[in-house]
Ligand binder design. Structure first.
Ligand code: ZN
Length: 134
């Protein structure tokens, strides 16, 4: 498997529009896309920073993973995504190495990427997302 770069950092927020003000008005970043991912119960916005992006996530329901994260930890960094060249290969390799995975198969991620999560128990406490861009 080949890790290419940090694809994005996922930040859980209570109110996406309100949170974007800081990132756009204060930091001067630009929002290049917004999307609702029904399967994940999130509304996301992407803000590129060079080769990486910030991904702001707001829960669309009170019981979604982001809502539960905020309930437990408050707002903040929720996951880190690494870009890989081939996600199927990467997952097969991690599985072979005995790494605990949340997703055994890639699924749809915002922006049309293929994504899969490894379990925080296997990554020293980081919810790690693997992402392959089209
Ligand atoms: Zn992500």
């Amino acid at each position: 498997m080949k890790v290419l770069c940090v694809d994005h950092i996922g930040i859980a927020v209570k109110d996406l529009e309100e949170s974007l003000k800081f990132y756009t008005e204060v930091l001067g970043l630009e929002v290049t896309g917004k999307e609702v991912v029904e399967e994940q119960k999130v509304k996301v916005a992407f803000l590129p920073c060079g080769d990486s992006e910030l991904e702001l996530l707001e829960s669309t329901t009170s019981d979604g993973p982001i809502a539960r994260f905020i309930e437990k930890n408050g707002e903040g960094i929720q996951h880190i995504a690494l870009r890989v060249d081939n996600i199927e290969e990467a997952l097969a390799e991690l599985k072979e190495k005995g790494v605990r995975l949340i997703d055994e198969k890639p699924r749809y991620g915002a922006g049309g990427a293929s994504i899969a999560f490894a379990h925080p128990k296997a990554t020293k406490g980081v919810l790690l997302e693997l992402s392959q861009r089209k």
